[in-house]
Ligand binder design. Structure first.
Ligand SMILES: *Cc1c(COP(=O)(O)O)cnc(C)c1O
Length: 376
């Protein structure tokens, strides 16, 4: 339980819209597969600029269904960044395929195209590009590699609903994109995910996989393929729709918080800060991910503990996947030095719409005084 003075790492916002939406679902007696889901799917498709959207019960099961819909499974390999949330990799394992972990770019923290090229091989069938921390990956280059090698591309846009750059929008730049709606995501519904597609047949396959393999048009129970139980409930869809309608405002507020952090911390040489959005770019911030300078890397975990004891939510986003106990030694050995370096120094600070200038100031003061003590 948070103390009143605690500042949580994530804090989903809501108002009467979400409250009314929940009551409406309750009173409709239609708690699954109804109007709310159809409406939320249509609004997510419009947000991403895609023709089709298929709601699912989590981002991870969405990514798994995306792989299966593309025919990827046992015996196939999928390229994925080592520096990501483990859900990206768990989805690949659940599909039966093998993840090939590759390194990320030091600045963007997204897939490094050269590392992707170096990892290509006869069993690689797809690239899973992750738009990490709400910042678009280098999709033109990744799509060019994929086209040349005859690969599918999936976007893990779980952290990046509403993000765009140079006229490109997260979720619409590949065969299948996927949002997630866990409470720290840009659109927060508690749980859930949304597949985003251009291809009508592929969208139907995703619908079939989402619901027990039933025929999505006739509703026939005579399934001709396996399926999952991965529907998005009407509650989640109703809250998701209300959240989506405040997304523009919410992302603008988050931008302001990121700018406050930068302004406050930019001259501190002990820290490496993420860049703010430039030009027409929009970053879907959900945390402020910074790094300690190399010299202080060994102090990262003590710093985390001290910040928490001051009531400040923080975390190590992310530990590279191959350093997680289950995943250690399971993956093809390639150079992952950037992921390892960043993973050892990273620290994620609170960033949400309701964070005030005073709170940002309190967080930064605590961070700097902890650093003063640790760096003596
Ligand atoms: C949140 C997230 C997911 C999916 O998470 P779920 O909890 O399954 O919805 C996948 N990939 C990334 C990068 C994420 O941040």
């Amino acid at each position: 339980m948070n103390k009143p003075t605690d500042i949580p790492l994530a804090w989903p916002e809501f108002d009467q819209q979400e409250q009314a939406a929940l009551i409406e679902v309750l009173q409709s007696h239609r708690w699954s597969v109804g109007e709310q889901l159809l409406r939320f799917e249509a609004e997510c498709a419009a947000l991403a600029g895609c023709d089709h959207a298929v709601g699912v019960n989590s981002g991870t099961s969405g990514l798994q269904i995306a792989l299966e819909a593309l025919g990827i499974g046992t015996g196939d390999e999928v390229i994925v960044p080592a520096y990501t949330f483990v859900g990206s990799v768990n989805a690949i394992l659940a599909s039966g395929a093998e993840p090939v972990l590759v390194d990320v770019d030091r600045e963007s923290l997204n897939l490094a195209p050269d590392s992707v090229r170096a990892a290509l091989g006869p069993r690689v069938k797809a690239i899973m590009a992750v738009h990490l921390f709400g910042r678009l990956a280098a999709m033109d280059e990744l799509n060019a590699i994929a086209e040349h090698a005859g690969l599918h591309v999936i976007e893990d846009a779980c952290e990046s609903a509403g993000a765009h750059r140079d006229g490109q929008t997260a979720g619409n730049l590949s065969d299948i994109g996927c949002y997630a709606f866990y409470p720290n995501k840009p659109i927060a519904a508690g749980e859930g995910g949304m597949l985003l597609l251009h291809d009508a047949d592929l969208a139907l396959r995703c619908r079939q996989l989402r619901n027990q393999g039933f025929d999505p048009i006739s509703g026939s129970y005579l399934q001709d393929r396996h399926g999952h139980s991965a529907r998005l409930s009407e509650w989640h869809a109703a809250i998701g729709t209300a959240q989506l309608r405040r997304l523009d405002r919410s992302l603008a507020q988050r931008d302001r918080v990121a700018a406050m952090y930068r302004e406050r911390l930019a001259t501190d040489e002990r820290l490496e800060l993420p860049c703010l959005a430039a030009g027409d770019e929009r970053i879907a911030w959900f945390t402020f991910p910074l790094r300690l300078t190399q010299r202080l890397a060994s102090q990262r975990d003590s710093l985390l503990a001290q910040l928490r004891s001051h009531g400040i939510g923080c975390n190590t986003y992310f530990t590279p996947v191959h350093h997680l106990p289950f995943h250690r030694d399971r993956h093809r050995q390639v150079d992952l030095s950037v992921s390892e370096d960043i993973g050892g120094r990273c620290l994620a600070l609170p960033l949400h719409t309701e964070l005030s200038a005073e709170q940002v100031d309190r967080i930064c003061s605590a961070l700097q005084s902890c650093l003063d003590r640790l760096d003596r």
